[in-house]
Design a binder for this molecule. Structure first.
Ligand code: NDP
Ligand code: PMR
Length: 439
């Protein structure tokens, strides 16, 4: 009963939040929850100002790029020896889920991480602050809101790794712009949620298939979400629902002034969910088109609701504010004075829906998808039963955590009928190919 009343009160609050009310000022939230944890280690990129690594942080291609001539040099570029480790690329590794995945994988000793980030200096800083082992990662510039930057990234990556194939690609980066009254556009004229979350990754994934086909047990994961699946409470009952409609917005070119996939007027919260549908459909189409011929395992996943990440930077402070003052009570939300003492969304997800997962555990979950032998199956949408624990069942050293850290069991989840709709997926694929200039 108490849980039901809490649910009703909290649901009423959350239903009326700024997802649907434009806010004039946007506030950036720092990643203090993760960056405050560890402080040892330093960036592996700060050695020489003329090193290849430094060149790789530029969006514009350097006039002369160093191309290694022999295999051995390729393995020890810039003083970094990749050796037998898996080469794992993670987009948006400078925050939240991506950063915590990079941390988890780097600490296994089995992965060399390419942190593909729009803000190179930030990525170097958080990697260092979070104690990612030296020589376990490199930061490379990737602005997913620019198709040119995506192509430059792939070119630079090839120069960095030479003929050695990429083993894992994790398409994780995303923006969520629920309070924007008007759409913002990428360099190429796409609405940003669709342009960054889907089109940028769509081009990247396609450009990487050939290279990754040369690796053994290669895996490509594009992060999805429950909110893109209408067969769930989070995605089916919470307005707005994801819906690509007849894709007439894509048919018209998906560029300014066309903001939405279905050609409707801009709706930021829906644009994010539509992009997640495209992410998940891209995975099933990649699988259908390339799994048999390349051996690459394509997957998507939902890590749980990581309610404290910077993804919610546009939300009003009370929605995401971090505090432990009243962790068990929603009443203080009713007064303006107390509102700022509650982290309403994390609280709601922890104690009402039970869908919450901490950033560290979420990172371990995504890490598991590319590292755990039991996740080698293709065309799976991975999810975890349970959650809300800060520690996972699987741990980066490969050993089960055992009693005390139940963290949820991994399982193969079922996507909504709309996400599984083959005709729409094919249409989405063909129009995306055109939009990013792959033809
Ligand atoms: P964060 O905002 O913490 O991380 C997003 C990352 O994407 C950041 O590293 C950010 O860079 C990067 N990024 C944003 N725009 C661009 C761009 N134009 N080019 C390159 N990189 C960019 O969010 P989360 O960690 O929460 O989200 C990560 C993924 O998890 C997303 O795909 C999201 O949809 C998914 N997800 C999140 C859930 C949640 O509850 N938080 C639930 C389900 C799925 P910078 O550091 O510079 O801002
Ligand atoms: Mg949602 C089991 C129920 C459940 C789950 C797992 C989520 C996940 N959410 C659930 C339920 C509810 N949410 C309910 C009952 C409400 C009140 C009506 C609610 C509200 C809500 C809001 C306002 N939820 C949200 C928002 C956001 O702005 C987030 C969003 O939709 O972003 C697109 C969000 C989310 N809920 C989730 C998850 C995972 C999100 C984060 C977004 C994502 O990455 O998918």
């Amino acid at each position: 009963m108490v849980r039901f009343i809490s649910f009703a009160v909290a649901a009423a609050y959350l239903a009326s939040v700024d997802a649907f009310v434009p806010t004039p000022t946007r506030q950036l939230v720092s990643t203090t929850s993760t960056s405050a944890r560890l402080t040892n280690g330093s960036s592996s990129l700060t050695r020489s100002p003329t090193s290849l690594s430094d060149m790789l942080t530029q969006t514009e291609l350097p006039e002369k790029i160093y191309l290694p001539k022999d295999k051995e040099t390729a393995k020890v570029l810039g003083g970094v020896k990749i050796g037998n480790r898996k080469l794992t690329v993670i987009t948006g590794a400078s925050s939240g889920l991506g950063l915590n995945t990079a941390i988890a994988l780097s600490k296994t000793g089995r992965h060399f991480i390419v942190m593909a980030c729009r803000d190179v200096e930030k990525a170097k800083r958080v990697a260092s602050e979070n104690g990612m082992p030296e020589n376990s990662y490199v930061v490379m510039k990737l602005e997913l809101g620019s198709l040119k930057s995506v192509r430059d990234f792939v070119f630079n990556l090839k120069a960095f790794k030479s003929s050695r194939p990429v083993d894992n690609l994790i398409c994780n980066a995303a923006v969520y712009r629920p309070t924007d009254p008007e759409p913002a556009w990428t360099d190429d004229g796409f609405e940003q949620s669709m342009g960054i979350n889907h089109f940028g990754h769509f081009l990247l994934a396609n450009l990487m298939v050939n290279d990754m086909s040369k690796a053994k047990d290669a895996r490509m994961c594009i992060v999805g979400s429950i909110t893109g699946n209408t067969n769930t409470v989070g995605g089916g009952l919470v307005y707005p629902r994801a819906d690509l409609g007849d894709l007439s917005g894509f048919e018209q070119g998906a560029k300014k002034p066309i903001a939405m996939a279905d050609g409707a007027p801009f709706f930021g919260a829906k644009a994010y969910k539509d992009a997640k549908v495209c992410n998940m459909m891209t995975v099933s189409e990649l699988h259908r088109r390339y799994h048999d011929s390349t051996g690459i395992s394509f997957s998507s996943m939902y890590p749980g609701c990581i309610a404290e990440t910077a993804l919610f930077r546009e939300k009003r402070p009370w929605f995401r504010k971090v505090s432990t003052s009243y962790p068990y009570c929603s009443v203080p939300l009713l007064t303006k004075h107390r509102a700022y003492n509650i982290q309403a969304f994390p609280w709601f997800m922890k104690y009402v829906t039970g869908g919450y997962v901490g950033e560290v555990e979420a990172g371990e979950r995504l890490a598991q998808v590319v590292d755990d032998p039991q996740c080698s199956k293709s065309n799976v949408y991975w999810s975890w039963n349970g959650g809300a624990q800060q520690v996972g069942r699987w741990s980066p050293d490969g050993k089960p955590r055992g009693a005390g850290g139940s963290g949820g069991e991994i399982f193969e989840n079922t996507q909504s009928d709309a996400v599984q709709d083959r005709d729409t997926a094919i249409k989405m694929w063909d129009l995306s190919v055109k939009a990013v200039g792959l033809t």
